[in-house]
Design a binder for this molecule. Sequence first.
Ligand code: F6P
Length: 538
Amino acid sequence: MSELTGSEPWKALQAHKQAVERTHMRDLFAGNPERAKQFSVQAADLWIDYSKNLITDETLNLLLDLAKSRDVEAKIRAMFAGERINTTENRPVLHTALRNRSDEAVLVDGQDVMPEIRNVLQRMASFSNLVRSGEWLGATGKPIKNVINIGIGGSDLGPVMAYEALKAYSDRSLTVRFVSNVDGTHFYEATQDLDPAETLFIVASKTFTTDETMTNAGTARRWVADALGESAIGHHFVAVSTNAEEVSKFGIDLENMFGFWDWVGGRYSLCSAIGLPVMVAIGPDNFNRMLDGFYAMDQHFKTADFEHNAPVIMALLGVWYTNFWDAQSEAILPYNQYLSRFAAYFQQANMESNGKSVTKDGQYVDYETGPVVWGKPGTNGQHAFYQLLHQGTKLVPADFIGFAKPHHSMGEHHHKLVANLLAQTQALAFGKTAEEARAEGIDEALIAHRTFHGNRPTNTILASELTPETFGQLVALYEHKIFVEGVIWGINSFDQWGVELGKALAKDAYGSIINHQTDPKNDSSTNSLLDKFFELEN
Ligand code: F6P
């Protein structure tokens, strides 16, 4: 038995789960008219109603005991203070410094990192203004009309998600695209209608060695050089990286490199220079508003007591379902088309962070860790996978995210959108009993099919409007939720060794493919697939 599963708070939660598992949310709400008020929290500009969860006062108290027993408070302080909490890589974890809007210093090895952060933000702003004003010229003297970000994982998902989320604030005269997949189709489709003379590439890679990104960057380089000559490269490429040496080797002037630091994890890097394509699209002022939003949620997380701390509460609910109700996945369901990539972004952020099976000191866990994270915007999802949420055999805790004001008032659209959000969380929580179905005159043969058990947990997050500020708050909310869960599970949420084996094997497989040879070291399946591939290739 591990320290966690053997702890008193854990055992108390196990016993409590048995005591409450037959309780229905219908009764919890009927028994307490104050329930919604009691289980809601204001965090910066976000209102989070978590009353439609399978919890009582006691559940929350026991979960808070668990957080205390895992030293969550001290761990939060350690992260903000720049302690080396990423132990397997011996690094601090300081994405919060990137959006520190105060005058407070943030020290890494006794050195304040804030002047350097502000300097890069300033350089990003100057560059963005040059591109946006048409002053940054391509090699033939034409202004830049198209910006293509080449990156993958954290160097792609954050910027593309934020660009989509804040499109309403973007300069529509610029075309901004993202290329990530090593599948050449991605590069082809992103460039086939563009003029190289008007196109600028941002090569975004923390390491500047990631195979997919370097392959796409090499293709982009040829695309520009073939059309405009080798000397054009400097006009059409900038880099975002921590690796100046490799950037220089690629032929990008270090003047046009925007740096960041090894204490920024890829999936937490949106507020660093990795956000450059977003800043180009929405402008430095809006980008700063986004940073303000992140900072507001950071402050909430750092200062609110745990009873009113939104990321802590959301994390504890996640642990409650993952570890005590055997939930395997969590859905993120934004009722906002601009947030179409939000769930995909947090799929990486959560699954790369908490998809671990050993603790920080290398012991195998005897409990579940990070869930499968997925989701799509409503209302589309309602006509696709919600059937399973309502009547399937799996418990899928879900977050619903909505906004009071639309960006585009078009008749009845927005009120219908919000009505759907509210209806779904009601249906999931309260369901429909057989008696209610009968009272509607439903044929007896169909009663079982037309009954909804309900009792399916949801959080509802509401804000006035999707602005750069509320967007930043939302992202930081989930980042900190992931952190707290990692602390409770005792894992390192900031490394990603799990991606390495596949990368190494892909190199060997690539060798086999280009040499047209199977490998005696391979298993029979892989070699027979290689043979089949060679046969089909001809
Ligand atoms: O796939 C692993 C990973 O290291 C991610 O964590 C990271 O976001 C991505 O690759 C891209 O890395 P880089 O920015 O170094 O190209």
